[in-house]
Design a protein around this ligand. Structure first.
Ligand SMILES: N[C@@H](CCC[C@H](N)C(=O)O)C(=O)O
Length: 293
């Protein structure tokens, strides 16, 4: 039996999503339906699907509410291949913009909203130019696997970082090496993490730090979606990795240039340890109705 799905297409620095609202949690799409929606030739086309569900109507949402009772909305995030992810840094800004647009939440400029995610509750603040999401604490995780990618002559060491979802960051020598990467092919991690990882390739700008802000370029191969124009959690993991490699004197403010635009990353101290925040644009592009089988 087919049914109509009312959706909104949104994007943040070119990382694009199909969003739909399902407050009661009775429209869970199958992985096959998600992949069909995200297909760029036969579907709407997107890097992921985001369902807005009231937290009280999901098991993962119950944990979010236990952590913060004000997290009434849950960002149910799916990659383009129909797998789930714990977190999406660009997606959470676009999701917040979608909640406001649909009249599902209110957020005055300067105000913050708590959003439930599989990685825990995240706070998103409305700024003058977009949204800033506090992605919480982070940790080195996943070791230092070797990374092989098409058009890299030799394997390079990566650094595993968890920012709610898993990342491996690889430093490249220069812009030529970054631009020459062929990310149509899945890079190989050795050892391969059981849950997979998003893989970011980074190059420092020259000079690395300008006016107290660290500057890097990044390209990404997202777990479950392939190469994308941007990855918010990937930008955060990349800034954290470069700061780690650069040592004590490295700044806590970073500007990350991705193929789809620029993201801002800031590390700051909070009660439970160091947090990392991500700022950038969020745009709702068009609405539509999809007939799904
Ligand atoms: N594009 C996202 C990350 C989406 C999830 C990722 N592919 C994963 O599987 O963890 C972002 O902006 O952070």
């Amino acid at each position: 039996m087919s049914f109509d799905l009312r959706f909104t297409k949104g994007q943040g620095t070119g990382n694009d999503f199909v969003l739909f609202s399902d407050p009661e949690g009775d429209t869970e799409l199958t992985p096959t339906q998600i992949a069909a929606v995200c297909d760029r030739r036969f579907g709407v086309g997107a890097d992921g699907v985001i369902r807005a569900v009231r937290s009280r109507n999901l098991d993962d949402g119950a944990s979010a509410l236990a952590e913060d009772p004000s997290a009434v909305w849950f960002m149910d995030y799916w990659n383009a291949d129909g797998t789930v992810s714990e977190m999406c840094g660009n997606g959470i800004r676009v999701f917040t913009s979608y909640l406001l647009d649909q009249g599902l939440a209110e957020l005055p400029p300067g105000g913050s909203i708590a959003i439930g995610t599989r990685a825990g509750v995240r706070s998103v603040r409305r700024t003058a130019t977009g949204f800033q999401a506090d992605l919480g604490t982070w940790r080195l995780d996943g070791g230092e696997p070797l990374v092989r990618a098409k058009s890299l002559p030799v394997a390079r060491p990566g650094l595993g970082i968890d920012v709610g979802n898993p990342h491996v960051v690889v430093a490249l020598a220069d812009d030529g090496e970054l631009d020459g990467l062929d990310l149509a092919y899945q890079p190989i991690l050795d050892p391969a993490p059981e849950a997979g990882a998003n893989i970011e390739f980074v190059v420092p700008a020259e000079p690395l730090v300008e006016d107290g802000v660290g500057r890097i370029r990044m390209r990404v191969h997202e777990r479950g979606s392939g190469e994308t124009l941007s990855c918010g959690t990937g930008a955060v993991a990349s800034a954290l990795a470069v700061r780690y490699w650069a040592g004590e004197s490295a700044p806590n403010d970073w500007r990350v240039q991705v193929p789809g635009g620029v993201l801002g990353v800031r590390m700051f101290q909070a009660d439970d340890g160091e947090h990392v925040a991500l700022a950038g644009p969020a745009e709702l592009v068009f609405d539509g109705v999809l007939s799904l089988a």
